[in-house]
Design a protein around this ligand. Structure first.
Ligand code: NAD
Ligand code: TYD
Length: 349
């Protein structure tokens, strides 16, 4: 079994690569990643010497390169995570999201289709997507696999579009595809532009914690290791043409989550209770900010038996411990390009 994982140097991708290398030593795993600002080979240092691992630096926007790679490598399966993934960046630069998330995905579908011809026996194209394609919920209800797509940000619109292309290649060419839509992930190796690692880093350095709007928006949070486990189960046992929602049954308003994080940080840093929370600064809301995401993952639980393994409180504490222990990793990724980005995003405030 030879699996191509795209975006394997990113946050979730690195956990998926690690999970597959360790769980399936007989598989060959090729990690294809363009190493954008979000891709970091340091995320894979513990596994990159394994004999069943290969890294290829390359861009899913280069269709000819993908066709050559597929011809040479004869992959049995693809797990596609490469994407531009940050909503705030999509608001500043939407075109980049269309290029990578939509056209890049179509390039990959074309390469798989050309390589596999019509011999799809044992083949699988697994597209990793987000719950954000479903839009925003009110106070009640959950996203199911039947919820109509209603994306609001350029990021979620680009992911929705890529999901539609993946389904179209199944319906039109019988490509053996499967899709999953997951809620917000948290854990080690997440680039500190996303809420949890950004706030951990800011608390360590006594910098303001920029809470958008009133902090009332609600997200469902899943430990990234549990997401990687769900991807394993869906890759091996999911049915062709199906969609599976993945979620943590774990809804938090941003401000409640931030207060919990501040309490954990006070304890870990030996600060007086309430010290970190003083850094909370309410800032202008994100444009088009979705109020609430919440996932019904009962199909995945019922049909494939997957359930999250740990509580949010435990997972968040493990995550804080990881960032505090790996201060050098955090320092490396917050230097350079990211500093420039941070100034652009928050400098004027
Ligand atoms: P990330 O930004 O941390 O990583 C993305 C990776 O893709 C990086 O390694 C980057 O170098 C690579 N990449 C970007 N453009 C590329 C290109 N043109 N060619 C090759 N590689 C390229 O993202 P993430 O948070 O790990 O998300 C991974 C996937 O999971 C994305 O498709 C995202 O939409 C989806 N997802 C993320 C979350 C979340 O909470 N982070 C939740 C649900 C779904
Ligand atoms: P984020 O981690 O960017 O994930 P997503 O937008 O994909 O859900 O943001 C999570 C929530 O936190 C979202 O409601 C926006 C909010 N947020 C802030 O309030 N301040 C911040 O600095 C960031 C990055 C996010």
């Amino acid at each position: 079994m030879h699996i191509l994982i795209t975006g394997g140097a990113g946050f979730i991708g690195s956990h998926v690569v690690r999970h597959f290398l360790k769980s399936y030593p007989a598989y060959t795993i090729t990690n294809l990643d363009a190493l954008t600002y979000a891709g970091n080979l340091a995320n894979l240092m513990d596994v990159d010497a394994l004999p069943n691992y290969r890294f290829v630096k390359g861009d899913i926007n280069d269709g000819d390169f993908l066709q050559r790679l597929f011809r040479e490598s004869r992959f049995d399966g693809v797990i596609h995570l490469a994407a531009e993934s940050h909503v705030d960046r999509s608001i500043s630069n939407p075109t980049e999201f269309v290029v990578t998330n939509v056209l890049g995905t179509v390039n990959l579908l074309n390469a798989a289709r050309a390589c596999w011809q019509s011999d799809f026996e044992g083949k699988r194209f697994y597209h990793i997507s987000t719950d954000e394609v479903y839009g925003s919920l009110g106070r009640e209800g959950l996203f199911t696999e039947q919820t109509a797509y209603d994306p609001h940000s350029p990021y979620s619109a680009s992911k929705a579009s890529s999901d539609h292309f993946v389904r179209a290649y199944h319906d039109t060419y019988n490509l053996p595809v499967v899709i999953s839509n997951c809620s917000n992930n948290y854990g080690s190796f997440q680039f500190p532009e996303k809420l949890i690692p950004l706030f951990i880093n800011n608390i360590v350095h006594n910098k303001p914690l920029p809470v958008y709007g009133k902090g009332e928006n609600i997200r469902d949070w899943l430990w990234v290791v549990d997401h990687a486990q769900a991807i394993d189960v869906i890759y091996h046992q999911g049915s062709n043409g199906e969609t599976y929602n993945i979620g943590g049954h774990n809804e938090w308003s941003n401000i409640d989550l931030i207060r919990l994080l501040c309490r954990i940080m006070d304890t870990k840093l030996g600060r007086a209770a309430g010290e970190s929370e003083k850094l909370v600064t309410y800032v202008t809301d994100r444009a088009g900010h979705d109020l609430r995401y919440a996932i019904d993952s009962s199909k995945l639980q019922r049909e494939l038996g997957w359930v999250p393994s740990i509580s949010f409180e435990k997972g968040l504490e493990l995550t804080v411990d990881w960032y505090l222990t790996n201060a050098e990793w955090l320092q490396n990724v917050t230097s350079g390009e990211y500093q420039h980005y941070y100034k652009e995003m928050y400098g004027a405030r």
